[in-house]
Ligand binder design. Structure first.
Ligand SMILES: *Cc1c(COP(=O)(O)O)cnc(C)c1O
Length: 392
């Protein structure tokens, strides 16, 4: 199925709604049935039809069909945040006494799930660097149930060998989950490498306009039905119809936005990469990236986020570099129309700033839909200033 068909047509039954091109927002909590038998059937299997919008909803279903097809999976569920998708990808598959193997430094709320939440229920997690399948093999215990990946990571872009890990996991009855937010299904399709469950924060590229928080979890139907039947209905964290509609609208322009972002990102990187105020530029498709070969095997391309390690011995200089940017807003998240910047020092006590620690000097930049030249000029201005400060 080609991407244009998925985005423009799949799942849309326009004759059902006056041939409207934009689908309706079916803003209803419940659905009427014609017979008690029909109701009985829905009670037995709520995944089979429309009963109540905490479960299935027709507007959300249009989105589900498109997102599953983009991920190349049988099915998907849409949540009211990426964090909820993370939670629901893990909780159904572990019980007390079980063990998880996770790549080191996953998204902060995945980390909190493993470090703060799951230990309450006697589920433990081991972290591995992730750049070799042998580390996963070494970390496996008798009670291991699940491998959690994030590739690329959204700060240092380290990646994992999806094919090797998936094939090891399959042979050892481990479920594999990946956070694919960085690439989106347009640039990386982990199901093709055998990964079971693929999640992304749809707040980022699919929403695309910084106006919706949502998450998507794709995979085989039997796993998603298991999640739906208990945890999805219990937590009640499925997406609401209006937000699903916003994501459908975002999807229409996803390929066009990604193409533009990729081009602008390359232009910006080329313009600044040799600047003397930069100690290191980290981007998975940059020639200096240590895992470039694997990145090229797994991802069709990369865009949007990259990080800089700045040459500076002073936290305040890095903060000022961010604060003085006219074209980059200081904010978390990414994937919208607007360029963003965020320094690692925001997450550490300024008294603990250590100029010999590369991480402390890192800023993450998100390239939005602005004209490349205005972004380049703004960054060069800041880098020049930093260079002068560093030299003086
Ligand atoms: C933003 C993000 C999430 C969480 O998604 P929300 O929609 O903010 O809940 C998960 N993983 C990664 C890599 C993210 O960047």
């Amino acid at each position: 199925m080609d991407i244009s068909y998925i985005i423009n047509a799949l799942g849309e039954d326009r004759e059902q709604y006056y041939n409207a091109i934009a689908p309706p927002i079916i803003q209803t909590s419940n659905f009427a049935v014609k017979s008690i038998d029909e109701l009985r059937q829905l009670f037995q299997d709520e995944y089979s039809g429309y009963l109540y919008s905490r479960g299935l909803n027709p507007t959300v279903d249009i989105l589900r069909k498109k997102c599953a097809a983009l991920d190349g999976t049988e099915d998907c569920l849409i949540f009211n945040s990426g964090a909820a998708a993370i939670f629901s990808s893990v909780i159904p598959f572990v019980q007390s006494g079980d063990h998880i193997i996770s790549v080191k430094n996953p998204y902060s709320w995945a980390q909190k799930c493993f470090d703060l939440f799951l230990p309450k229920f006697n589920v433990t997690t081991s972290y591995v660097e992730g750049n070799s399948v042998d580390q996963f093999i070494a970390a496996k215990q008798e009670n291991s149930k699940l491998i959690f990946l994030e590739s690329p990571n959204s700060w240092n872009y380290s990646i994992q060998d999806l094919q090797a890990i998936a094939s090891y996991a399959k042979a050892n009855q481990l479920i594999t989950v990946i956070d694919n937010s960085y690439s989106s299904p347009l640039f990386q399709r982990p199901a093709e490498f055998g990964i079971d469950l693929i999640l992304q924060s749809a707040t980022k590229y699919i929403g695309g306009h910084s106006d919706t928080v949502a998450g998507i979890l794709s995979g085989p139907k039997h796993l998603l039905k298991k999640i739906f039947d208990l945890e999805y209905l219990l937590a009640g964290n499925g997406i609401q119809p209006f937000n699903a509609w916003l994501l459908l609208r975002g999807l229409r322009t996803l390929p066009a936005r990604m193409e533009r972002l990729e081009k602008t990102c390359q232009q910006v990187i080329q313009a600044i990469e040799k600047h003397e105020a930069i100690e290191e530029l980290i981007f998975p498709f940059h020639h200096s990236f240590p895992q470039l070969k694997l990145a090229k095997k797994q991802m069709s391309t990369a865009c949007g986020l990259f990080s800089l390690v700045l040459k500076s011995s002073n936290a305040k200089q890095i903060e000022t570099f961010c604060e003085k940017r006219k074209r980059f807003l200081i904010a978390v998240s990414w994937g919208g129309h607007e360029s963003l910047i965020i320094p690692k020092v925001a997450g550490i006590d300024p008294n603990h700033f250590d100029p010999t620690n590369r991480d402390h000097k890192m800023v993450r930049i998100y390239i939005g839909l602005e004209d490349a030249n205005v972004l380049i000029d703004d960054l060069i201005e800041g880098l020049d200033e930093l260079k002068n400060q560093h030299q003086s």
